[in-house]
Design a protein around this ligand. Structure first.
Ligand code: SER
Length: 315
């Protein structure tokens, strides 16, 4: 039975991953490391929770030893647009949290999952059907920390035998906890506005294509890569994964099938637009499909229907 620590368990991914992991491995076997509120409803009652600042290696080590953790999901992150506004913070969290998790994992023999991102690609990367192995010269702090993360994870695997695995997440669309300061956040925000009957002001131009994924598939990706039989893995850090690629107009059209009155106006955020323009339009995720059976369940229409259903209930 796995004993898991989630570092960053109250964020967009962590808040949902903790619920899913507990349903698979049992509540007592999943420790939620928290640092920043807000805490999801019932957070402290749902299972073990410990204060874990990703930048404090002693705190991570103490919790790993106390609970005999064998797998760390490192989800502490500063997303792309926020990191561009505060590069020092983006650098410190992006690199510091991973280095701390890797060093504790090396000492305590844990496996480590850390997400990489479409942000690990840059303007000189092929934009369409971006291959698994290709040019990675990002021009954002976020992207640079992701490339470093991929490389250092390979290093710790080869040099110290730490079982490091990762996926390059696209924009993640979810309805429980809001993302904070990413370039792909518009694809979440538009649903909140649509369900409330309000006009959506889009920060990206029509024609800006990026890969996206619905949260249930993102959780499957993290869990399945960590469960995959290592003998089948040629790559590890990190796999392209995607579920759909769309631009703001395609997303608005998909929502209007169910909420015809949705109005969208465009007020371009130059920072987010520049970041989005430097990222792929669509990833080729065939290596993930072949090596560990990656197969997303939600396409644009299925995700749209479920987001609207869930947000109608929530709001
Ligand atoms: N969702 C992230 C961001 O926009 C990309 O991985 O920063």
């Amino acid at each position: 039975m796995k004993k898991i620590l989630i570092v960053g368990s109250t964020g967009q991914i962590g808040s949902e991953l903790s619920v899913r992991l507990r349903s698979i491995y049992g509540s007592d076997n999943v420790v939620c490391g928290y640092y920043l509120p807000p805490f999801p409803n019932g957070f402290f009652e749902a299972g073990p929770a410990e204060e874990v600042n990703a930048l404090n290696i002693e705190q991570i080590a103490q919790v790993v030893k106390k609970y005999k953790i064998d797998t760390i999901y490192n989800l502490a992150a500063i997303l792309s647009a926020t990191a561009e506004k505060n590069p020092k913070l983006g650098w410190d969290v992006g690199v510091g949290s991973l280095m701390n998790c890797l060093d504790v994992a090396k000492e305590c023999k844990c496996a480590v999952f850390t997400p990489s991102s479409i942000g690990a690609f840059g303007p000189s990367t092929p934009k369409d059907k971006t291959p698994q192995d290709t040019v990675q010269r990002p021009n954002t702090v976020y992207g640079i920390t992701k490339v470093l993360g991929e490389l250092v994870s390979v290093y710790y695997a080869e040099r110290y035998g730490v079982d490091t695995r990762s996926v390059r997440y696209p924009g993640i669309i979810s309805n429980m906890t809001l993302p904070g300061g990413g370039t792909t956040d518009y694809a979440v925000e538009i649903f909140y506005k649509a369900v409330k009957g309000e006009k959506f002001t889009c920060p990206l131009k029509p024609g800006t294509f990026m890969d996206m994924m619905y949260m249930p598939d993102a959780l499957d990706a993290a869990i399945n890569i960590m469960e995959a039989d290592s003998s089948g893995l040629i790559h590890r850090n990190s796999f392209n994964v995607t579920a759909m690629s769309f631009d703001p107009e395609m997303l608005a059209a998909a929502i209007r099938k169910y909420i015809p009155g949705l109005e969208v106006e465009y007020e371009i955020d130059p920072l987010k637009q520049a970041i989005a323009d430097s990222w792929p339009n669509s990833l080729d995720d065939s290596c993930a499909r072949e090596e560990w059976g990656w197969a997303p369940e939600y396409d644009l229409d299925k995700m749209t229907q479920d987001m609207i259903r869930a947000l109608k209930q929530k709001l």
